[in-house]
Design a protein around this ligand. Sequence first.
Ligand SMILES: Cc1cc2nc3c(=O)[nH]c(=O)nc-3n(C[C@H](O)[C@H](O)[C@H](O)COP(=O)(O)O)c2cc1C
Length: 169
Amino acid sequence: MQAIVFTSNTGHTQEYAQMLGVELGLPCYDLKQAKSNLPSGAEIVYLGWIMAGNVQGLKKALRRYDVKAVCAVGMSGNSDQLKEMYDKYRFLEDTPLFYLQGGLEYQKLKGVYKFMIGTIKNVMGKKLEAKEEKSQEEQEMLELIVNGKSTVSKEKLSEVLAYLKENVI
Ligand SMILES: Cc1cc2nc3c(=O)[nH]c(=O)nc-3n(C[C@H](O)[C@H](O)[C@H](O)COP(=O)(O)O)c2cc1C
């Protein structure tokens, strides 16, 4: 394993990537910088933030590198999106895909992303607000959508770290 490579918009994915780098003693690069630091075909772990169900930068990372594991970072409190992702990214069949909750920080969003999340906030927020009996997860999601926050924590990396230490490093 040569490095951790990531694509991040508001910093959550970058934080997770840097934590993994420290834990595993590996350098950590933004996908854009990685080109000048890593040879093509290098063995990496890739982390990308999720936008509308797509892991940003993943296709490029898979074309360039030997991706040993993928972490998708989103705002959802559960990993339900992973199944759809396996269906979408069929080439991931032999590559483990992990989900990490990042968060939602409105003040860090700009341009088209800010506009898009405004629409998502309206649709999802209204739907959740209208629901009479909300599960704890739905209540937490509503709070995240309304107020925004980072939920990044080292504890959330325990599963992926255990996998990487056991199988990849
Ligand atoms: C336009 C837009 C679309 C998003 N779509 C999804 C989504 O489909 N699923 C999800 O879980 N999170 C979605 N998110 C939330 C981000 O994935 C989340 O904020 C993540 O922590 C961002 O990581 P970053 O800080 O590294 O950019 C979306 C965010 C934006 C701005």
